[in-house]
Design a protein around this ligand. Structure first.
Ligand code: SF4
Length: 328
């Protein structure tokens, strides 16, 4: 593989949480994640809430402070960037968030929302900005663009607002976008259209994506590689087709089993979905943190020591004692 555009190297992000009236303690929101993303590649990070996937995305954009490890963009460590280079980094990256109602200012017309990043970064004169904004609106199929540009967001549907968020990201012509659950708050019909649009834009402009989702089905549809996270750690990683066709980690297997079976005739054959809730990271289970929910739990092994992420097939990594031949 050529040099990655984005390289996360043993990234750790700790947060402080309140404990009792006066105390606090540290939780590992992201706990030693290593991941490369090539230019134009789509990598999906999949997991339930609390898995650390959103924090990982924010770390990749330099939006949270990394406690340990390194984040590189285009061979440069982003935490070490001088102020001017930080600005240049921001121009080359963008984010699309889950909630288009929260991420778009309701008091700004669509035109101003999309133009705002250009204004902040001092890009172009008024005529050039107008051209770029209208082109971005057109590219995300908010058409006719001049008409949409003049509207306030409350006149747009949820799907259209999310397209507006995407146009706002796209107008900067980024090389890397973190899309955090970008289709989870829109209706089912808009969801398929938005995913198709993201795919089209990604291919057309060769944009690398870190696609964050709880839904492994959309991850398979959109991404070339899938990274499965549980309680801050990567538990499985590989080519999207391999992960979905032959998942190795019991957590990935359960995530796949939780995907609703569209054919009623097959519903009874579906494997049971994920039992219980993700544990509170303040009291993370010992050993393999998935062990309290794991149907394949091996007493005397799984709860004692954390399994290491290993390559068990070409480009297919898993952290589970079921796939480890060495003694722990
Ligand atoms: Fe289950 Fe043990 Fe594998 Fe963890 S290491 S996923 S508890 S079998």
């Amino acid at each position: 593989m050529s040099e990655p555009l984005v390289r996360l190297e043993d990234v750790k992000v700790d947060f402080s949480v309140r404990k009792g009236l006066f105390g606090s303690e540290s939780i590992h929101a992201v706990d030693g994640v290593t991941l490369d993303i090539a230019a134009g590649e789509v990598v999906a990070v999949v997991g339930e809430s609390g898995s650390g996937k959103t924090t990982l995305g924010r770390a990749a954009l330099g939006l949270v402070r990394v406690t340990d490890g390194h984040v590189h963009f285009d061979n440069t460590e982003i935490s070490a960037l001088p102020r001017k280079a930080q600005k240049a980094f921001r121009r080359r990256t963008a984010a699309v968030f889950q909630d288009p109602f929260a991420s778009i200012d309701p008091f700004m017309k669509a035109y101003d929302s999309v133009a705002e990043p250009l204004v902040i970064h001092g890009i172009g004169n008024e005529r050039e900005r107008r051209e770029r904004v209208l082109q971005a609106l057109h590219d995300v199929r908010l058409r006719p663009a001049p008409e949409i540009a003049d509207k306030y967001p409350d006149l747009l549907s949820g799907g259209q607002r999310q397209r507006l968020s995407i146009a706002r990201a796209l107008v900067m012509q980024p090389q890397f976008i973190v899309a955090d659950e970008p289709v989870s708050m829109v209706d089912a019909s808009s969801r398929a259209e938005l995913l198709a649009l993201l795919r089209e834009l990604q291919e057309r402009f060769n944009i690398a994506f870190l696609y964050i989702t709880h839904d492994i089905a959309t991850a398979r549809h959109f991404a070339q590689r899938i990274v499965v996270m549980y309680l801050g750690c990567v538990v499985e990683m590989g080519q999207a087709a391999d992960i979905v066709r032959s998942p190795l980690h019991p957590y990935t297997q359960a995530l796949i089993a939780s995907v609703p079976e569209p054919d009623p005739a097959n519903r009874l054959k579906q494997r049971p979905s994920l039992p219980g809730e993700p544990p509170n990271p303040v009291n993370a289970p010992s050993g393999c943190s998935f062990h309290p929910r794991c149907a394949a739990f091996m007493a005397g092994r799984c709860e004692l020591k954390t399994p290491v992420l290993r390559e068990v097939e070409p480009d297919h990594y898993v952290a589970c004692y079921l796939h480890e031949t060495d003694e722990p």
